[in-house]
Design a protein around this ligand. Sequence first.
Ligand code: DCP
Ligand code: MG
Ligand code: MN
Length: 329
Amino acid sequence: KRKNPSTNNNVNADFCDFLMELADYEKNVSRNIHKYNAYRKAASVLAAHHKRIESGQQAKKLNGVGEKISKKIDEFLQTGKLRKLENIHNDEKAQAISLLTRVSGIGPVKAADLIDKGIKTLEDLNKNQDLLNHHQLIGLKYFENFEEKIPREEIQKIEAIIKKNILDLDCDYTITICGSYRRGASQSGDIDVLVTHPTMKLDKEKIGEKLLKEIKEALGELIVDVISMGATKFMGVCRLSDGHLNRRLDIRLIPNEQYHCAVLYFTGSDVFNKNMRAHALEKRFTLNEYSLRPIGVTGVHGQPVPITSEEDIFDYIDYPYKKPEERNL
Ligand code: DCP
Ligand code: MG
Ligand code: MN
């Protein structure tokens, strides 16, 4: 499930592709999250650059491209390939880890554990289902479906059904589909739904559990499988109708006070979030999916500031407002 930051007319798409492949390798095989982030950041800055990069030198001028990545760009421009990637492609264990981590619910640690037990293919997984938890079994069951991106038009139809059913239940609900869909992507990997309700306050987890169950029931036949169902988070599988594929759907029930921070966070992109959080820190605020809090002179975090819109968050930290479509880096 490689994430492709490439926008529609990305003249640097070939660089982005190899950087994203290297990113996945660092995340799943080397388990080096810093290198993973560095490759993703470089890929998204190149994807957003509308002129074709002609040399490593040129690339290095961009914020997020350092010496090592600039050398790789030169190697790629000169030879049309990368030795590092060739080596990865010839490494059987690395290839097996890359395959197994494509199963929803299987992370790098579980994949390595399975490979130590001699399990390397989907066929092996099918024969050893006793080693998988419920989420991983669902991931295996829908492996091919989950590999397919969801066209925007399909999410629009699913959005209409979700909104109608939840608002029929209670018209005081607020519902936002976040993720790449909210950023305007023409296709998405999954569907990230955020919901809040006036009665849903921070200290009312019990209410959340009841509301989330009602919401899940209200969606009826749209839901075809449940991965997990907590007090505030539903993870599952949905299908628009007979001829459509099964899709990953997450629904989060957010307390009122935290709704805008959650919408901001789950709209992403993850690279955008990192950049915005870094800027917040410079302005002595901590920003996360729950709140924005000032950092006092002693370094102690203050109480969350009251927030009534996404724009408020940008205003507090003097960050130029970006529409969701402009948040790809
Ligand atoms: N997110 C983040 N950091 C992470 C994971 C997620 O900031 N480590 C945020 C930003 C993402 C959002 O959550 O945009 C949703 O996560 P997804 O993995 O669903 O990513 P997208 O919706 O952006 O892409 P896709 O189309 O692949 O679902
Ligand atoms: Mg998503
Ligand atoms: Mn998601």
